[in-house]
Design a protein around this ligand. Structure first.
Ligand code: LLP
Length: 460
């Protein structure tokens, strides 16, 4: 993954550049992203879905979810590979604007868009604003009408599909902040759902052009069933609304959430398999309902950028402790007598550049990158340098026994939601992102300096 291979002398090279060279030039920690790999994954994903849906709706519009990782260089790649862009805030829109992507190819999400963000979306002529609530629908409608315009709107619904993923990244069940409920409102005499109310209101509003419906069931999902079930539910609702209100809803967005492998135990299904499973359900449901299939779109983030990137860290302090073996009482009593060594390998970053282990219990792996070693593998825990014991980069990984201070470790699969979620905890400067391609490298996001951090402190 990530366009990496070992040199003749055993050093890892990413995009053709030895890691020691990358460290010399840019320092560590460092995100190293393969441009070729990004483009290939964007194309592969887009091709898989376009093939699967070609005979149903002429293909699929793929919106890269910028929340996973966004900068102007990436917007350029996305555009050049024929994808569109999904944003989730005014800040992400600002990146899109600076990159020069046409507004028509951009979508805006968010459950609490500010008036300023809505104006910005209209200023940029956005292809779609995904409206999250009845409240927001009224606001978007009023703002657009006030400008003498029509906002192009998709309605985000919660189909009530339970995706098997971490609770905080599962988003289609009822009891959470996103989206319009599809359940009948029992407090309302007509028993009309918030989703239906929104369709009726959007259709009647002079400031709104209702394009269609949207859902997103969660993230890091491996099996296609949840996506297929959500598609079916939305199609049934779409058909009912078309019939009841004599309208056409030409578009249906099925969101993102396609999982990737972080460790060898992870077994995501290939994009083609997911696309085919979804297409089969869309095909049969539309046939059953006797409707023309709407134009389908999707919003993958992680599946495109996640595996394109390594984080490079330099090893510092090492220590070994003895821990209770699995199956023993775990109370640390000498009486158990079954212990094994675990080595703590500290690196020069941590939860400030990868919050996912501490937020979601996420697993990663790591390899010794600056050289190979024939030393025996030793159970190791890679930890960061933050003042927090949960600051773990890789919980359990076998690294050669002779790993020492100054060695470089590479953690694969850090392209999505790592830089994007990075922080300045403990006044660490956020790392830069380097794009590598065919033996050359360039900084696409520069790392912060201590001066950047101090500049915001207004003084005593
Ligand atoms: N569309 C919508 C409406 C979304 O909310 C998201 C992700 C995506 C698309 C893209 O999902 P993806 O294909 O990347 O799974 N920080 C968490 C993930 C949060 C996902 C938020 N929404 C993590 O690191 O696992």
């Amino acid at each position: 993954a990530g366009d990496a291979a070992r040199n003749a002398d055993g050093e890892l090279a990413i995009g053709g550049i030895p890691v020691s060279e990358l460290q010399r030039q840019y320092g560590t920690p460092l995100f190293v992203m393969s441009e070729n790999d990004f483009r290939a994954r964007a194309r592969a994903f887009s091709d898989a879905f376009n093939d699967a849906f070609a005979d149903i709706c002429g293909g699929v519009d793929v919106y890269y979810a910028g929340k996973s990782f966004l900068c102007t260089a990436v917007v350029r790649w996305v555009e050049e590979e024929g994808l569109r862009l999904d944003t989730a805030s005014g800040g992400e829109l600002a990146v899109a604007y600076r990159a020069g992507i046409p507004g028509a190819d951009v979508a805006l999400h968010g459950n609490n868009k500010s008036d300023g963000e809505i104006h910005r979306a209209l200023d940029m002529g956005l292809g779609r604003i995904v409206v999250d609530s009845l409240d927001e629908l009224a606001r978007v409608g009023a703002i657009a009408q006030g400008r003498g315009e029509q906002a192009k709107v998709m309605l985000r619904l919660t189909p009530g599909v339970h995706a098997h993923t971490h609770e905080f990244i599962a988003t289609a069940h009822e009891d959470q902040k996103f989206g319009l409920s599809m359940a009948a409102d029992t407090t309302d005499e007509a028993g009309i759902s918030a989703s239906e109310e929104a369709v009726a209101a959007a259709t009647a509003h002079p400031g709104i052009e209702l394009l269609g419906l949207h859902c997103h069931i969660g993230s890091q999902i491996f099996e296609p069933d949840g996506f297929a079930l959500a598609a079916e539910k939305l199609l049934r609702f779409l058909a009912a609304m078309q019939e009841k209100y004599s309208i056409t809803l030409p578009e249906l967005d099925l969101g993102g959430g396609y999982g990737i492998a972080y460790t060898p135990e992870d077994t995501p299904r290939p994009a083609a398999e997911i696309a085919n499973a979804m297409a089969a359900v869309v095909r049969s449901t539309c046939a059953e309902l006797g409707i023309d299939a709407p134009r389908i779109s999707i919003e993958p983030g992680r599946a495109i950028v996640g595996s394109t990137t390594f984080t490079l860290y330099e090893v510092g302090t090492l220590k070994t402790v003895r821990v209770d073996a699995p199956g023993t009482s775990g109370d640390g009593d000498a009486g158990d007598n079954v212990t094994y060594p675990r080595r703590y390998v500290s690196v020069d970053g941590g939860m400030s550049d990868n919050a996912r282990p501490v937020l979601y219990d996420a697993d990663y792996s790591a390899v010794l990158a600056s050289r190979t070693s024939n030393a025996a593998p030793q159970l190791s825990r890679v930890v960061g340098k933050h003042c927090e014991s949960g600051d773990i980069v890789v919980r359990d990984v076998y690294l050669p026994e002779d790993v020492a201070a100054g060695d470089l470790l590479a953690v694969p699969g850090t392209g999505a939601y790592c830089w994007a979620l990075s922080s300045n905890y403990n006044y660490l400067a956020r790392p830069g992102v380097v794009a590598v391609r065919d033996g050359s490298s360039r900084l696409i996001v520069r790392g912060e300096t201590e001066e950047d951090l101090l500049n915001r402190d207004m003084g005593a």
